[in-house]
Design a protein around this ligand. Structure first.
Ligand code: ADP
Ligand code: MG
Length: 707
């Protein structure tokens, strides 16, 4: 139940005085529509208030009329001298404006109106009267004029006019002045909410109450007041992060309080596997394994995130951890985002455990009928120890005998909801999330704050470096020659395109002279003509089966040049691929490019990554890419990406679960985020059930942000 103090903020904007038909429609285009009133979806007042100005209009500038510069916003006090209505006879030669000549002791100015209502002008600008006018100055034939002044008013309103005006992100049919008026109206009716911040914090930061801060944020007095570090905006951002961190902390606490199967294992399977491994575990792998072992032996439910760059060796960590559960007769599930990856993991893991008494099964959407029933039966009876599959694993019909441990690979590919839904299976199973998308700490905190985190920093040694080059499209033919000789030498290459199909319309008016249409299908046709049968294509519109077959052909060497979209980004392991060309690299995020680059350099041969840029890609775009040339450290790349593009883009997908922050700028407010996390931890330690006065206020805060 929502606290009643929030009722006004959560009601539709139509409740604000003056918000009727067309204004309401315009606001619907501007704000998220989150409530339904009389069958129509409309925004709520909270979101109107959360729509902060992005600029400031300062009308305080004035000067002698004779020396007024061209093209500035200025305010003058003038006396109306004469009205010069548009000459009716001239109408057919186009618009002749209506002019009103005004002046003062410093000079003259002509006010220009096109198609005015003459009676309105007569009344607003009576001859002989003093008026305040404000708007953009223009020079025409060396004379000063102002077309359609923004403001015409009486002299007693001068002080009002000189107040700085907030400028809002706009939509057709709504001016900033109008939005501001509505906001002020709504703020007046908005109650003060109970203070959820600690008094010491308010004092230390010199922050005002929530409502006062909102008011200040809507009334910037200077450019600095628009910056994320402006006190009012800091407070609003802090509130937002506090809500986020509190929400995650509660989830974390609730999970930690759940009992989890105590898994200590016997060591039999894990030891045997370790002996058989052709390599030694890295120090990092050993450390992470210990962290996981401690978690699952604790009696509480594990929820741990394992972050490790592509190729850091997460699979073996997952397998060794699962084997502990298997040693104890418990079942494990490994969930991956696509069928291709499921198949690959199945092969790899089956191989690794081939000499152990462990039964591994693959549940694929493709397996039907009798075969499928057998897999499901074995799962239900407990005969299968480890099951591998996509999220289909967690559909209703799939029954487990004693599922105790779930591994989710490429975690970032799943939405938060899928992540949560899955916890329902089995008896509060331990969950290990794994992701190869290195993300900066601030994002980890907001995205995975409900979990404990482990990091695999180093990569197994003897890995071959990948040479990364940035190549302009004008060197395409040269590249093709090299590609040809590489393919003739028997090497394998990926060719990545941002699009599947060229859907630019030939008849359209878009005449950008780019012949380089980076569409997979066109490239495929072209390469087929050049290189013949060794070319394959894979993209997201294909069915799982078809894709699998093509990936298989590529892995087996039947094809050696694979044209693809970013579907190959995740987890595909073709160890002897040595070249990856990414076309229109400037269109991709750095992290995504890094991820794609990880498709090569997996075997023992030196590899190359070519970032092919349009010739039209600017200097900025290219220098951005150069960080990929400098480093293979996914975290450094991710930090750079965050700095350039902001959190939402970094993760590429909306449903990544990253909260869409309104006030928070994860770069500017990183330190505040740390403080919010600390604040929450301390608070929950002192008042675990949130029963104190501050606890009650914090509950309101959670609701304010829809948690
Ligand atoms: P990712 O973290 O991207 O999932 P994988 O688990 O697929 O990485 O591991 C990449 C490759 O590195 C695999 O071929 C694996 O066998 C190998 N590998 C893993 N750990 C080690 C290690 N300690 N020493 C050498 N090679 C390793
Ligand atoms: Mg992997």
């Amino acid at each position: 139940m929502r606290h009643e103090i929030l009722n006004y903020l959560f009601s539709g904007i139509s409740r604000v005085k003056g918000v009727g038909g067309s204004t309401s429609e315009a606001l619907c285009r501007l704000l998220p529509v989150s409530t339904t009133i009389a069958g129509a979806k409309i925004p709520i007042i909270r979101d109107l208030l959360f729509h902060l100005p992005v600029g400031l209009l300062d009308r305080r500038f004035t000067c002698p009329l004779v020396s007024a510069p061209d093209g500035v916003i200025a305010t003058f006090v003038v006396t109306v001298e004469t009205h010069l209505p548009s000459p009716t006879s001239a109408r057919r030669y186009g618009k002749k404006p209506y002019k009103v000549i005004c002046g003062n002791e410093t000079g003259d100015i002509a006010l220009i109106f096109f198609n005015p209502r003459a009676d309105y002008l007569k009344q607003a600008l009576p001859v002989g009267a003093q008026r305040v006018i404000s708007g953009r100055t223009e020079k025409f034939d060396y004379r000063l004029q102002m077309t359609h002044p923004d403001i015409i008013t009486t002299v007693d309103k001068l002080a009002d006019v000189q107040k700085p005006e907030p400028v809002y992100p706009l939509t057709l049919g709504l001016s900033s002045r109008r939005i501001y008026k509505i906001v002020v109206e709504a703020l007046e009716k908005t109650p003060e909410l109970p203070e959820w911040l600690a008094p010491e914090m308010l004092t230390e930061k010199n922050w005002k109450s929530w409502k006062q801060s909102l008011l200040a944020a809507h009334n910037p007095q200077a450019q600095e007041d628009l910056q994320p570090v402006f006190a009012a905006r800091m407070r609003l951002a802090y509130d937002e992060m506090l809500a986020n961190q509190l929400h995650l902390a509660i989830l974390r606490r609730n999970r930690q309080q759940q009992a989890g199967e105590v898994i200590t294992g016997t060591g039999k399977l894990t030891e045997q596997l370790l002996q058989e491994l052709p390599y030694k575990l890295t120090q990092g792998q050993v450390e992470v394994l210990t962290e996981i072992a401690d978690d699952i032996a604790s009696g509480n439910r594990m929820g741990r995130l394992l972050q490790g760059d592509v190729g850091s060796g997460k699979t073996i960590v997952a397998l060794l951890s699962m084997l502990r559960a298997v040693e104890q007769g418990l079942q494990c599930a490994l969930m991956v985002p696509t069928e291709i990856v499921a198949g690959q993991h199945f092969e790899v893991i089956s191989n690794l455990v081939s000499k152990l008494p462990v039964s591994v099964a693959l549940l694929s959407g493709r397996v039907k009928g009798k075969e499928r029933k057998e897999i499901l039966d074995n799962l239900a009876s407990g005969k299968t120890n480890i099951i591998i599959g996509t999220h289909a694993l967690f559909q209703e019909q799939v029954e487990f005998a004693n599922l105790a441990f779930i591994v989710i690979d490429e975690q970032h590919r799943f939405g938060v909801n899928q992540r949560m839904a899955l916890s329902g299976k089995g008896n509060a199973p331990h969950i290990l999330h794994m992701t190869a998308t290195p993300i900066p700490r601030s994002l980890t905190m907001t995205l995975y704050g409900d979990m404990e985190c482990s990091l695999l920093k180093e990569k197994p040694a003897q890995r071959q470096a990948i040479t990364t080059r940035i190549v302009p499209l004008s060197r395409y033919e040269e590249m093709m020659d090299r590609m040809k000789s590489a393919l003739e030498r028997g090497e394998k290459a990926y060719w990545i395109c941002p699009l599947i199909e060229d859907n630019s319309n030939q008849d359209s008016l878009d005449i950008t002279p780019e012949k380089d249409i980076a569409a997979a299908k066109s490239r495929y046709a072209e390469f087929k003509a050049r290189f013949g049968d060794m070319v394959g294509i894979v993209h997201g519109q294909m069915k799982g089966e078809e894709r699998d077959e093509i990936m298989h052909d590529f892995a087996s060497g039947k094809t050696r040049l694979l044209v693809a979209t970013t579907v190959v980004e995740v987890g595909v392991d073709v160890r002897d691929a040595t070249i990856i060309v990414i076309e229109k690299a400037e269109r991709f995020g750095l992290s995504q490019l890094h991820q794609l680059r990880g498709r090569v350099g997996r075997g023992d041969k030196a590899s190359a990554c070519v970032l092919l840029c349009s010739d039209s890609a600017g200097e900025v775009a290219r220098s951005r890419l150069s960080i990929l040339r400098e480093t293979e450290d996914g975290f450094r790349i991710a930090e750079a990406d965050l700095a350039i593009r902001g959190g939402g883009d970094l993760l590429g997908t909306r449903q990544s679960g990253l909260p869409r922050f309104i006030f928070t700028d994860l770069l500017e407010h990183q330190e505040l985020l740390e403080q919010a996390r600390e604040d929450v931890t301390q608070f929950l330690e002192s008042d675990n059930s949130m029963e104190s006065k501050r606890g009650a206020a914090l509950k309101v805060l959670l609701q304010l942000f829809n948690y």
